[in-house]
Design a protein. Structure first.
Length: 231
């Protein structure tokens, strides 16, 4: 298959265009996951450990937002950041920063909802012990987040997978500008439509390889941690 051979040649030769797209994609997706993590983990922990009126409804909404259509998120961010929007004065539409914001909003419900479930399950196990030790609210959150860190890595991995595979959201707010806001997924869609299959296939290979590599790293860390605890 000539296209497949050409795709591998682009990767092996270190094609500048291909790897510039890969670097931007990783920068945007990792930044978005970091922001979503900083907000989502404490939010998930708070929902897991506190009881207040409307909590159930908030959990239902949060879980529902896990399946939020990406193009809806992209449209909402576009309207916020457009010149006539409330945040238009920032002037960041069609920039990597706008893509980070959109992806963070897309990933946040996933991280918060899965973290809530993970921490709530662990809280049932640790509740009596932490209560007996008179550990405060902040201490409970810190303890449960730390003890569930390996499981939460899987949660973050799910968030990264959603961000890295996204097309519609970043297309709307980033504009798919060559050399500036073009990511792996948007480039694959564009190059396929143009008939430039080697570049599209090369980016696809790199994207799959990155996801598999990160999954393998998380799995290896989990195995190492379980062996260490067992020892």
């Amino acid at each position: 298959m000539p296209e497949g051979l050409d795709a591998w040649q682009l990767i092996v030769s270190g094609d500048a265009t291909l790897f510039a797209i890969v670097r931007l994609s990783l920068a945007v997706s990792l930044s978005a996951v970091l922001i979503a993590t900083i907000v989502g983990l404490p939010l998930g922990a708070a929902l897991a450990l506190t009881r207040f009126p409307g909590r159930t409804g908030l959990i239902v909404i949060l879980n529902g937002f896990m399946g939020l259509p990406p193009v809806v998120v992209g449209l909402a961010v576009y309207l916020l950041l457009s010149r006539s929007g409330p945040l238009g004065f920032l002037g960041i539409l069609f920039t990597p920063l706008a893509m980070v914001v959109a992806q963070a909003l897309l990933v946040l419900p996933i991280i918060a909802a899965l973290a809530r479930q993970t921490i709530e399950d662990l809280w049932r196990e640790y509740r009596d012990e932490l209560a007996a030790m008179d550990v405060g609210a902040a201490g409970r959150v810190a303890t449960l987040l730390w003890d569930s860190r390996i499981s939460l890595l899987t949660v973050l991995l799910a968030g990264f997978g959603r961000a890295a595979a996204e097309v519609g959201t970043v297309m709307i707010v980033g504009g798919n500008i060559d050399g500036f806001t073009r990511t792996m997924t948007t480039a694959i869609a564009l190059e396929t439509s143009k008939g430039d299959l080697p570049l599209a296939m090369g980016l696809g290979i790199v994207l799959i390889a990155l996801i598999l590599l990160i999954n393998a790293g998380v799995w290896g860390l989990r195995v190492w941690s379980e062996r260490r605890v067992g020892a």
